[in-house]
Design a binder for this molecule. Structure first.
Ligand code: GDP
Length: 444
């Protein structure tokens, strides 16, 4: 999922990241590429237009053009707008109703309603300790009723019998009555779909909705349908007061456009995504995580959280300023940095989350084990303050003295100095690229 989109946007990101200066014209170029990438991913045209207009307005403003690292600031804007487009945050199920909380499943045939009913039942039972009742109101396909019964048995969740001679409303009301009398927390009502939108189906599900007054009306839609998913969502949204959307088959080769369009078009939150045929294949939908996945940014958000939790920001800024002012990054800073990396769970954990930093992981692994950190500290502690500020003073005799002082070999001192040099280079790069800046713009 999202591979193509991610690849295309990744290229835009790469081009921009290197740009020290953004002008109106290279912003236009970048946005043209973003637009193409979204259209190819099957994002609905009105959504693309609105998205590009929003990004453009911000991109041509001070926030981006006026910033020290405009390329990254622009990526930050694209990221934020993508997140916003998909709903900004995760919307959980609302089960606050007087029990039983009724969940009505709506959608076309084959969208994944029955499977999703099972997945939800599993989730509610196992994670929320809810007593769930499942019922099928699909009186047109006996196989659908059987399918739900089988799922219920697998999950050891109670199933309310129904058959094709009954009317859907009658089935649902009987199940509701049973759920009340047997103290079920949640009743999930699976319904009949059709191959395409049709009036009889809409009338039937509207009647069901009116009869059982669900607290959640979930529209289930196959992400692989692309543009059609959006049209169907619109039709269901017009007929029913939907409370949320479940996008299924996100594990397939869907181009991802539905995920980007559905929220905008229906105004309803995507609450879950289906990521497999198995009952475990259901995940809450997090717009920010999906956006960072699309932009191939690694898990930038959790990185920012880590940094906020552990790094003294003033200290980090002081270090950045120092590097920028040309004063250089010395061994004292190196020691501080390594101590902070350790606090963050090791540099490799940190770098994993940074986009494109994979090749640095090995270096990080060498530096970040607790033992290694202690040895590095030991070596640096054995240096005089002057040596720490000016590592170039460290010739053979000084190295021997330091090695002896720290109880390590001269090779190890050399290795540390090597690592220090590499880190120094990396710091210069980051300060040029403005990692701190990027992080600040992401927090926005
Ligand atoms: P319904 O007609 O809406 O009830 O749809 P079903 O629940 O019967 O699902 C139709 C088909 O889609 C079945 O073969 C399911 O196994 C499959 N399916 C449902 N959800 C997912 C999903 O998230 N990923 C994949 N790969 N297949 C799914």
């Amino acid at each position: 999922m999202f591979e193509n989109l991610s690849g295309r946007l990744g290229n835009v990101v790469k081009t921009l990241r290197g740009n020290a200066r953004l002008t109106e014209s290279n912003v236009q170029d970048a946005l043209r590429d973003v637009r193409m990438a979204l259209l190819e991913a099957d994002v609905a045209l009105p959504v693309v237009k609105q998205f590009i207009a929003d990004v453009k307005e911000r991109a041509l403003g001070q926030e981006v053009i006026g910033s020290l690292t405009p390329g990254q600031a622009l990526i930050g804007v694209v990221y934020e707008e993508l997140t916003k487009l998909m709903g900004a945050h995760n919307d959980a199920l609302n089960l606050a109703a007087v029990p039983p909380a009724v969940i009505l499943m709506a959608g076309l045939q084959g969208a994944g309603k029955t499977t999703t009913s099972g997945k939800l039942a599993k989730r509610l039972k196992e994670e929320h300790r809810k007593k769930v009742l499942l019922v099928s109101a699909d009186v047109y396909r006996p196989a659908a009723i059987e399918q739900l019964k089988t799922l219920a048995a697998q999950l050891d969740v109670e199933w309310f019998p129904s058959d094709v001679t009954q009317r859907p409303v009658e089935i649902a009301l009987a199940a509701l009555d049973h759920a009340k009398r047997h103290f079920h927390d949640v009743l999930i009502v699976d319904t009949a779909g059709r191959l395409a939108i049709d009036e009889a189906m809409m009338a039937e599900i509207q009647a069901l909705h009116a009869a059982i007054k669900p607290v959640e009306t979930l529209f289930v839609v196959d992400a692989m349908q692309g543009q059609d998913a959006v049209n169907t969502a619109q039709a269901f949204g017009a007929a029913l007061p939907l409370t949320g959307v479940v996008l299924t088959k996100m594990d397939g080769d869907a181009r991802g456009g539905a995920a980007l369009s559905v929220r905008h078009v229906t105004g309803k939150p995507i609450k879950f995504i289906g990521v497999g045929e198995k009952l475990t294949g259901l995940e809450p939908f997090y717009p920010d995580r999906v956006a960072s996945r699309i932009l191939d940014m690694g898990d930038v958000l959790s990185l920012i959280e880590d940094v906020q939790k552990t790094v003294d920001e003033a200290e980090a800024l002081r270090m950045m300023k120092k590097v920028k002012s040309g004063k250089g990054f010395d061994l004292e800073d190196f020691k501080l940095q390594i101590q902070q990396m350790k606090k963050m769970g090791g540099m490799s954990a940190l770098l994993d989350k940074l986009p494109g930093a994979g090749q640095l992981t090995e270096l990080a692994n060498n530096q970040a084990s607790d033992k290694a950190v202690a040895r590095i500290e030991g070596i640096i502690n054995s240096m005089t303050p002057q040596e720490r500020r000016k590592p170039e003073l460290l010739k053979a005799s000084r190295k021997r003295r330091i090695a002896a002082g720290a109880g390590v070999s001269v090779q190890e001192v050399n290795r540390l100095l090597n690592q220090f040099e590499q880190t120094q280079k990396m710091m210069k790069q980051f300060s040029k690229g403005g990692m701190a800046k990027m992080m600040r713009s992401m927090k926005g």
